[in-house]
Design a protein around this ligand. Structure first.
Ligand SMILES: Nc1ncnc2c1ncn2[C@@H]1O[C@H](COP(=O)(O)OP(=O)(O)OP(=O)(O)O)[C@@H](O)[C@H]1O
Length: 785
């Protein structure tokens, strides 16, 4: 038996021993879970038996409440414990399958022997709870595994830096409790394991990368000091993966003070939400909050306006035509800018003295407080008080006026008429109330009067409730007309040579028309929201401690400024890729990832691409500016293929053959990526009767294995075994942003990339060296070709 065999045998023996320990823990946890479950059922069943209920005297009521509260707390404490034990059980079951993935033998300075440290998804103690059989990958000592090759190394603990020597660094593949692979690694970690992991089929859910985190990714994951961390990473460099592992790391390191509820991830689309949903649960953590910026904006403004989605804006940008088109495109760019934000701020400043519009307050169709009255009150307040604070005072003043109004209105006839429409429940309440009071009265006439009084009070309170709520939500400020006023006024400013685009009056008029139609374009939504919040207050969210923004290149400066206002005390991690900026506002604006970002930040750059094979990366990087900085991970595969065809019939015929070829090769996720929804729908209709296929739209929330047709901008962040770009012709991809769109589409491919071109291929491909792809021209297709 050679040395390798002995090592293998010894490691398998250790795996067996650890798995045995895990199994015994699973048994005892199962018993605990069972015990807790029985206890929970028992408490629920006999909830009232253990509560002392006595409502005779006020003291008894208080005692009853206390007893109830105690019992409820007891129950929820048991439920919580049961939940925790069930979670731990799930982790243990995962560990039974694959207990760990790494080992380092580390000799601390001053120690003569090295201690083997085994690293897995969670820590495991031995039977006596004395020794670590496995260290959690997030434990301070585990950072050695990711950061250093064998040799001198150090890691940080709360007590300080620990120095020492890594004598061995080993990686394992363990499945079904059996050792399947064992590699001792030198300078670079993970090549063997990475090859294996990356060579697998793409999944419809993202996987965790804990076993093969690379050093530069680890810097993102374990970053402790930055309030604003910016990650510029090329396509497939593991930005999203690093973000999710970072969340898992934070939840582990700050588990006493941080929960998944305190973290929010802004993701590019709903499909992406489901794509990443399993990563944290797989690591034994709960998912963070997740939303898209559009969902957020729509929740804020959706009741007053129809909000255009960013995808519809993109579709417009890619397909729109005519005179209005260039006006709008200029508007998109300007409205994304900080210049526009300053313009809005300046205007709001002026509104402190004059110009605000208010709404009449109406009740049952009649005006009860006029907008002029509100305006006069607002401007009678000290103008050095911030506008939102003055609005608060106006709201209080209005509520007082409503109370006065309520007292008078109560006596009117309609009130008693409406009381007849009250629910039975309301009547019962009135009677109960009367009975309570009746203890002190035996005058029945008086009772009748008092009943009427109570009924009147009830009716008027009920009818005024929505109005009062609206006042509290400051609906009395006419934001819409104030905004329109701003836009109108700005034409005059234009004459004074303000910092506005040349065709501003056309842009502003287009905007006014939309707003009057209760429609907000995507580029107008955030500025409008920002403007609204400057008037009524931002209601900052201080409970969120960490904000993650994925695909950050797609956020405009004004959108980011808004998010900063919203989460003023949160730490932020922005991840994105300048080369994948595909929104029209990115044309003339700095993206969030720009070097010129003024705010204090730390920047980490990822240049290595892991998703695609080397030939695919070599191809896609060739047509990007600064593409030479993109390094492929060394995984071999077929060269990308460009198939130039003369007409749609040939294209469609050949497309089907290509799909079938990929499927017969065992590729489980194959995507036909189109430029727009329009094109996707057309391709889908052509395919649907011939092969099983799904169309992905902005409404899609999950995707399954198989064949999908998808517009490029919805495929962001996602990957497929094989990608077919439906029409990579020069008519489709020629503008600057279309380069990024084309790059985004191509970089979704893990193993194979085919591009069709109807006529002349995009000029972007012209610059790619001929040896980096295979080029066919097809004039006719014969079945079976
Ligand atoms: N260290 C790693 N070990 C194993 N797989 C990795 C590693 N880093 C990245 N990957 C894999 O590479 C692929 C791309 O990762 P990810 O989606 O996180 O990249 P990204 O930078 O967000 O990409 P994009 O910007 O193109 O959407 C995924 O399949 C991911 O699992």
């Amino acid at each position: 038996m050679d040395e390798k065999d002995t090592e293998w045998k010894e490691e398998q023996q250790r795996v067996d021993q650890v798995v045995k320990e895990i199994q015994s823990k699973i048994t005892s946890f199962n018993e605990r879970a069972k015990g807790l479950k029985e206890k929970v059922i028992d408490i629920r069943k006999n909830f009232w038996d253990d509560v002392t209920v006595n409502l005779d005297e006020p003291d008894d009521i208080i005692e009853t409440q206390a007893s109830l509260k105690q019992q409820a707390e007891f129950l929820s404490e048991r439920e919580r414990s049961h939940g925790q034990v069930s979670e731990q059980l799930k982790t243990l079951e995962r560990m039974e399958d694959s207990p760990y993935f790494g080992r380092i033998d580390f000799a601390e300075d001053g120690e003569s022997t090295a201690e083997p440290i085994y690293i897995g998804i969670s820590s495991l103690m031995d039977e006596k709870d004395e020794e670590f059989l496995i260290y959690d990958w997030r434990a301070p000592i585990s950072s050695l595994y990711y950061d250093y090759p064998p040799g001198h190394a150090q890691y940080q603990t709360i007590e300080g830096t620990i120095d020492g020597e890594i004598e061995l660094k080993r990686q394992f593949i363990i499945r079904n409790s059996k050792l399947k692979g064992l590699f001792d690694t030198g300078l670079t970690i993970g090549d063997h394991l990475l090859q294996t992991v990356l060579g697998n089929n793409a999944d419809t859910n993202m996987k965790s990368i804990v076993a093969t985190i690379q050093r530069e990714q680890n810097q993102i994951i374990r970053n402790e000091k930055s309030d604003l961390l910016i990650v510029q990473g090329v396509a497939g460099s593991g930005k999203t993966s690093a973000a999710l592992q970072r969340i898992a790391y934070l939840l582990y390191s700050y588990r006493e003070v941080l929960s998944s509820e305190d973290i929010i991830l802004f993701s590019p689309n709903p499909l992406f939400n489901s794509y990443v949903a399993t990563v944290l649960p797989e690591l034994g953590e709960e998912n963070m909050k997740q939303t898209t910026f559009f969902q957020y904006v729509d929740a804020q403004l959706g009741r007053q306006f129809t909000i255009e989605s960013p995808f519809d804006q993109m579709e417009y940008y890619l397909t729109g035509k005519g005179e209005d088109y260039s006006t709008r495109v200029d508007g998109i760019s300007y409205k994304a800018s900080l210049t526009f934000k300053h313009q809005l701020e300046e205007f709001v400043h002026k509104l402190g003295d004059e110009g605000l519009r208010f709404r009449n307050i109406k009740f049952r169709g009649e005006e009860i407080i006029s907008n002029q009255e509100i305006k006069s009150y607002f401007y009678s307040l000290e103008n050095n008080i911030a506008i939102p604070n003055r609005m608060e005072s106006v709201a209080k003043w209005l509520l007082n006026k409503i109370s006065e109004f309520e007292r008078i209105e109560r006596e009117k006839d309609w009130v008693i008429e409406e009381s007849e429409l009250l629910d039975k429940e309301d009547y019962l309440n009135v009677h109960r109330q009367l009975q309570e009071e009746n203890k002190f009265s035996d005058d029945t006439f008086d009772d009748f009067e008092r009943e009427e009084k109570l009924l009147r009070k009830l009716v008027i309170e009920d009818r005024l409730k929505p109005l009062k709520q609206k006042i509290k939500r400051m609906f009395f400020v006419d934001i819409k007309n104030t905004y329109i006023h701003l836009l109108k006024q700005s034409y005059q400013t234009e004459k004074k040579g303000a910092d506005l685009p040349k065709n501003w009056s056309a842009i502003a008029q287009q905007t006014i028309e939309n707003i009057k139609d209760k429609y907000l374009t995507w580029e107008d939504s955030t500025p409008y929201l920002y403007f609204q919040k400057m008037l009524v207050g931002f209601h900052e969210n201080r409970s969120i401690r960490h904000v993650f923004i994925d695909e950050a290149q797609d956020y405009s400066p004004i959108q980011f400024a808004y998010l900063k206002k919203l989460f003023p005390s949160s730490r932020m991690t922005l991840l994105g890729d300048i080369n994948q900026a595909i929104y029209a506002h990115a044309l003339h604006q700095e993206t969030l990832l720009s070097d010129k970002m003024k705010e204090k930040h730390e920047r980490i750059t990822l240049t290595r691409s892991y998703r695609s094979t080397r030939p695919i990366v070599e191809f896609t990087k060739s047509f990007m500016p600064n593409g030479e900085l993109i390094e492929p991970f060394n995984r071999e595969g077929e060269k990308p293929v460009l198939i130039e065809v003369e007409n749609t019939d040939i294209l469609n015929e050949k497309l089907l053959q290509e799909i079938e070829k990929f499927q017969s090769k065992g590729h489980q996720t194959v995507a036909v990526i189109c430029k727009t929804v329009k094109e996707s729908e057309m391709v889908y209709r052509m395919l649907e009767n011939k092969i099983e296929v799904k169309l992905m739209s902005q409404q899609s929330h999950t995707f399954q294995k198989g064949l999908v047709v998808i517009p490029a901008y919805l495929a962001k962040g996602i990957e497929f075994d094989a990608v077919i770009i439906y029409n990579a012709s020069n008519t489709q991809y020629s503008k600057e942003l279309e380069r990024n769109l084309f790059y985004t589409a191509g970089t979704r491919a893990m193993h194979e990339l085919t591009m069709f071109s109807l006529g002349e291929p995009t000029a972007f491909i012209n610059v790619v060296p001929r040896n980096k792809f295979i080029h066919y021209k097809i004039h006719a297709v014969h079945k079976g070709q």
